[in-house]
Design a protein around this ligand. Structure first.
Ligand code: PGA
Length: 227
């Protein structure tokens, strides 16, 4: 099975979400595809709306509290979101850069996700993949999806998608050292290049940011899979 993860980041009002769903449903994207796990990761506030509008599509969050429920003002726990979401993107470059998330915080978030039967999608770059992954034991790694996303490959940083050879080499290195559940690539994935990454050796799927926001561009990308 391949993964297509849409990371909406901090975008969309609820009316935008409704329009996006209407258009993608009309295009026949229902989530009922055994060969492809489609996961939409909206801001927390839209989880309940999306759960109702798209009961068959998997949902994910873009961060989590590293703590369980308790006196943590402003936090959203894995227990709370597990009612709606099955996945959690953790340690995204933007979370590390703007919100001070460290390898230790990300490890604690991932443990919270695992304790609540969610699948962590741990975001990594070349400079931190080994320090981050060495925080987990093999039993935990088997349940973790790795998302390799060099920060310079993120579309909004003005970058370009990573070189396929680099992605495959990193997949091979990580898989050689850590028994992970799967390896995803993220960074400037578009309708034009999605097939290349999706079908690359050692790659189980992609994470799409900007190209998932507009329904038309997302529908176009979805139909490139050939799955
Ligand atoms: P991008 O973002 O597809 O816009 O590069 C991907 C991400 O940062 O998750």
């Amino acid at each position: 099975m391949k993964y297509l993860i849409a990371n909406w980041k901090c975008h969309k009002k609820s009316s935008d979400v409704q329009n996006w769903v209407t258009e993608t449903k009309q295009a026949g994207i229902t989530g009922k595809n055994k060969a492809l796990e489609l996961v939409i990761c909206p801001p927390f506030i839209h989880l309940s709306l999306l759960r109702n509008l798209l009961p068959e599509i998997q949902l994910g969050v873009q961060t989590l509290s590293p703590f369980s429920d308790g006196a943590y003002t402003g936090a959203v726990s894995a227990l709370m979101v597990s009612e709606f979401a099955q996945y959690a993107i953790l340690g995204h470059t933007e979370r590390r850069q703007y919100f001070g998330e460290t390898d230790q915080i990300v490890a604690n978030q991932a443990l919270q996700a695992l304790d609540n039967s969610m699948t962590p999608i741990v975001a990594l770059e070349k400079k931190n993949w080994s320090s981050q992954l060495s925080q987990f034991d093999p039993g935990q790694l088997k349940k973790i999806l790795v998302m390799y996303e060099p920060s310079e490959a993120i579309s909004t940083s003005g970058g370009e998608a990573a070189d396929l050879h680099d992605v495959q080499q990193t997949a091979q290195l990580i898989r050689g050292g850590y028994p992970i559940k799967g390896f995803l690539y993220g960074g400037s994935v578009t309708a034009e290049n999605v097939g290349t990454y999706m079908h690359a050796a050692g790659v189980d799927g992609v994470v799409v940011g900007a190209a998932s926001l507009d329904a038309h561009s997302f529908i176009h990308l979805y139909h490139q899979f050939g799955i």
